[in-house]
Each structure stands twice: as structure tokens, then as C-alpha cells.
Write a protein that binds this ligand. Structure first.
Ligand SMILES: [Zn+2]
Length: 227
């Protein structure tokens, strides 16, 4: 049985917050920390969900961001005071502003300093919304899994999901595409298809060139005897 693709998910509200802060940061880099929830099937982790992000006190420039002293410690105290397990603080996100997404030497160093005895998730994004994600595992040795598939997580309640499914089914009809034959095989079209196309042509819904494209042959063949 095919295993579902392991991926990193970003909660849509956390993502909205992230994009807003990045827009405000304009042409400067900016960084965040995030909470990770493990989505499991039995004992197996199927996805790592960035469930919330936190903006820290920092100084930014177009090429770097420096966290204020004690910024991380202050966040951990704040989380602990609201009964959030601080060991979930495993995610580091930063924006490269107008530059491409890649791991700089400084970024690699930072991922090494995040070593926490288990793993960390790092995400680099930019003002265009490109995303590059990696997972660094620190035990039994430091290994990096780069370019991990990353999606925005849009959870739907079963009621809303059912509502949208009903709307979809009532409005969207599936149909087979009309065959397009490059070898001018008239037999590729059924008689009904040909009649429908001819009717569309007669009534002006399609022009002669569209007719030829859809029918897969030239109407001039019959006149000129074909080439
Ligand atoms: Zn970077």
C-alpha cells in the first residue's frame, strides 16, 4: 500500500499572520518561532503541523535579523504561563524579503544551534510567498531532510465540507473531452459529436478554425481532396 507523502503543514490562520508580518517587514528580513503539532497515525508521524507562529522582539535589515536578548526566554515564559508545552516550540521561520529562498551558511549554523535533543522544523520564505522547508534531526546524529513538501492546512468542519461537496456536485458536470485526432481520423468522432460540432458551427458558437481543431480534420479536405 502506498504511504501518504510525509509533509509539513502550516495552519491557515498562522500562515495569514505570517504573511501579514512579512508584508509589514517590507524589504527587510524577519524571523519567527512556531509551535509544532505532530499529526500521527498510530505511532507514526504523518505530518508536522505549524499550528501557531510568534513574532519576537528583533532588529531587522534587508540581509539579517537579530533577536533581542532574552526574546526567546520571554516567549517561553509567556507560553508556559498559558499552559502551552514549550517543547512544541520546534519551528524557526524567516523571510528572505525580496531574495530567493535558500539556506545560507548563517541559516545552516542557526539550524545547528536549534539542536534540542529531538528535531526542529525550519522554513524560509520570501515576499513572493516561495517556501523552502527542512527538518533537522539531532539524535542519534545531526541529519537534515531538505525540501520537505509543505502545504497550507485548511481544516474544514464536516458540516462545511458536506455543504461544499453538495454545491460542487450540483454545479460541476464531468464530461469526456472531445477527441482530437492529429492524423485526421474522422472515425475518432462519433456521429453525435460530429452533429453537435456542425450545429455549433452553423449557429456561430464556434468558427471554422475551432471546428477544424475540435473535429481533427479540415473541412477543405472534401473540397480539395486533401493534401
Ligand atoms: Zn536565510
Amino acid at each position: 500500500m502506498k504511504q501518504p507523502e510525509f509533509m509539513i503543514l502550516i495552519d491557515n490562520q498562522a500562515y495569514t499572520k505570517l504573511r501579514h508580518f512579512i508584508e509589514l517587514s517590507n524589504h527587510d528580513e524577519i524571523s519567527f518561532l512556531g509551535l509544532i503539532d505532530e499529526i500521527k497515525d498510530g505511532d507514526q508521524i504523518q505530518a508536522l503541523l505549524v499550528s501557531d507562529i510568534y513574532l519576537l522582539d528583533q532588529t531587522v535589515t534587508p540581509i539579517e535579523t537579530t533577536l533581542a536578548n532574552k526574546a526567546v526566554a520571554d516567549l517561553m515564559i509567556e507560553l508556559a504561563s498559558t499552559s502551552i508545552d514549550v517543547s512544541r516550540l520546534k519551528c524557526w521561520i524567516h523571510s528572505h524579503a525580496d531574495m530567493k529562498v535558500f539556506w545560507s551558511v548563517t541559516d545552516d549554523d542557526c539550524c545547528s544551534t536549534l539542536a534540542n535533543g529531538s528535531y526542529s522544523v525550519s522554513i524560509v520564505t520570501n515576499s513572493r510567498g516561495d517556501i523552502l522547508s527542512r527538518i533537522d534531526v539531532y539524535q542519534p546524529c545531526h541529519m537534515t531532510l531538505d525540501k520537505v513538501a509543505t502545504r497550507i492546512h485548511y481544516p474544514l468542519s464536516s458540516e462545511i465540507s458536506e455543504l461544499y461537496t453538495t454545491e460542487f456536485q450540483s454545479k460541476v458536470k464531468r464530461s469526456k473531452p472531445l477527441p482530437r485526432s492529429k492524423d485526421r481520423n474522422k472515425a475518432a468522432l462519433t456521429l453525435d459529436d460530429q452533429n453537435e460540432l456542425e450545429q455549433a458551427l452553423d449557429q456561430g458558437y464556434i468558427n471554422i478554425y475551432e471546428y477544424q481543431e475540435l473535429a481533427g480534420f479540415s473541412v477543405f479536405d472534401d473540397v480539395c481532396g486533401g493534401a
